[in-house]
Design a protein around this ligand. Structure first.
Ligand SMILES: Nc1ncnc2c1ncn2[C@@H]1O[C@H](COP(=O)(O)OP(=O)(O)OP(=O)(O)O)[C@@H](O)[C@H]1O
Length: 315
């Protein structure tokens, strides 16, 4: 069962909307199953989940590199299989598909030719701030420098939606910081929506105001970070007769751990807590870690993030 309890329902347009989305590569193993959610326009959304959770599959479905087995996915209200959606998004993944024989200048020229709304100044600025000479061949660049050129291509396209699959994993800390700042500036100044998968929880905490948590192919949390985190409480109490207290059953329990005579639990309180429990508000990182360790925990959507698959009744 999913909680639908928290506030901050978001109005406005949806950058990404999935209904009953599923992908089975082969056999009966689903990489992604029954995913229904919305990401509002203009947000920086962190896509979080353990290895093999289905994050790249989801981004592959959004960019049509992967075909869905079930359900639909729309970008700004247009189904992703409609070619008119192409100019509205840019994708940057772990692999940077650049032509090794092209120079950096050739690459940017190609970006200008392929994209009607090309912003040459923005693209060149990103390249030059990394001290990369325009005449250098892509094949002669380091992995991090190639990533910078790929970022320049993505930003130069001036997309409304930037889809990023761990794109900064090979950047040094300075370049990583610079690209993060660029991303946030884009989102603020141009209202660009960013959906970014990352395993770096501190990076997500710093950058993202919206979250999509995936585990074992299903959505575990979706919505405003500001609403998702305060919905949780960390409680500590005493274990009696080696058993967790029955009072825990009154709340939504995400994770419990027993250490000696104490228990620690990440819960979503459904009412007052016993006076002898200690409670604290967790950080985003603590909430995410608890969910990543407990993929079977009940899911949570903030109001605006929830969407029902076709044929289902709205909650
Ligand atoms: N092309 C493919 N063919 C078959 N199975 C695949 C394919 N791509 C992904 N899978 C499987 O789908 C599941 C989800 O994979 P996916 O790459 O989407 O996970 P992820 O969350 O991006 O993982 P990571 O954090 O390790 O990048 C995994 O079990 C994976 O083995």
């Amino acid at each position: 069962m999913a909680d639908t309890s928290t506030s901050n329902g978001t109005t406005g347009s949806w950058a990404l909307e999935a209904r009953g989305l599923g992908k089975r590569y082969f056999g009966d193993r689903w990489a992604l199953r029954d995913c229904s959610f919305r990401i509002p326009a203009g947000r920086i959304c962190g896509l979080v989940g353990p290895n093999g959770a289905g994050k790249s599959t989801l981004l592959g479905l959004a960019t049509r590199q992967v075909q869905p087995t079930t359900g639909t996915l729309s970008i700004f209200g247009t189904p992703v299989d409609d070619p008119s959606v192409m100019p509205r998004f840019a994708f940057l993944g772990q692999e940077k598909p650049l032509f090794k024989r092209f120079t950096v200048a050739d690459t940017l020229r190609m970006g200008a030719e392929l994209n009607p709304g090309w912003d040459a100044l923005a693209a060149e600025r990103i390249v030059r701030s990394g001290n990369i000479a325009m005449h250098t061949r892509i094949g002669a660049l380091s992995g991090g420098q190639r990533t910078r050129v790929a970022f320049a291509l993505a930003f130069g396209k001036r997309p409304d939606l930037l889809l990023l699959d761990e794109p900064m994993s090979d950047l040094d800390p300075l370049a990583r910081d610079e690209m993060s700042t660029l991303l946030m500036a884009e989102a603020v100044e141009r209202g660009t929506t960013v959906v970014m998968s990352s395993h770096l929880l501190t990076e997500l905490e710093d950058m993202c105001d919206y979250l999509l948590v995936v585990a074992e192919g299903r959505i575990r949390m979706a919505g405003d970070a500001d609403a998702l985190v305060p919905a949780h409480t960390l409680v500590t109490g005493v274990v009696r007769d080696g058993r967790l207290p029955s009072e825990l059953d009154r709340h939504t329990v995400v994770e419990t751990r027993v250490q000696g005579r104490q228990f620690h639990a990440m819960i979503r309180p459904k009412g007052p807590l016993p006076a002898d429990w200690e409670s604290a508000e967790p950080s985003l990182e603590e909430v995410l870690l608890a969910h990543l360790r407990s993929p079977g925990a009940p899911s949570l959507y903030t109001q605006g993030a929830r969407v029902e698959a076709e044929g289902n009744q709205a909650a």
